[in-house]
Design a protein around this ligand. Sequence first.
Ligand code: URA
Length: 236
Amino acid sequence: MIRLDKLLSNMGKGSRSELVKLIKKGAVTVNSVTVKDPSFKVDEITDSVSFFGEPVKFQKFIYVMLNKPRGYVTATEDNYNKTVLDLIDNPLIKKRVAPAGRLDIDTEGFVFLTDDGDLNHYITGPKCHVRKRYLVHLELPLLDASLKQLEAGVTLDDGYVTKEAKVIPIDDDKCYMDLYEGKFHQVKRMFEAVGNKVIYLKRVIIGNLPLDEALELGEYRELNDKEIELLKEREI
Ligand code: URA
């Protein structure tokens, strides 16, 4: 159960103080009955609330897909660089979400942001096996032997041996790489381990959810229920 004014403020209908006034003036109904008490408790699942006659859709959490440009760090604050939150112009969303996982400052593509802590952990936690697909441009042609090594597991500069990976060649010096873990600079360090160098990197899929190509660099949008399910899928 949640207070009526808090619920409406969470849903972006205004500030708590504005909403208290509007509720007292009779702008809100709960199950078709006008409720003028801002502290009235409503059940987010079973009650139907209307604001100026419009049904209010309850949404417990916010889920956002962002197409990250270069030059932004994947953090909520940073002393030196712009963060992905600087790209979110909706104050309600900006206040609530945090990025799930990190992309390097020079990596582009799919960043998922949410205030759903469980889902954030599910996508990024150490036991996470949700696929992340990257588009990789390389300095040198990708050798068949390197592809096999990358898929079998390579030893990184700190001695870590990489786990499951899939490499899908696009042409001589471009490929997709699917990873199911997320070590620091992992894609770049894996290609270094086979004597190559990543010159452009973009995350294009999380789980089974592709980045919406209609989103320009720096743009974002909220996800629908079907997309959130795709994001959680472990199996391709
Ligand atoms: N691997 C990298 O090297 N960098 C990223 O930003 C993501 C994965």
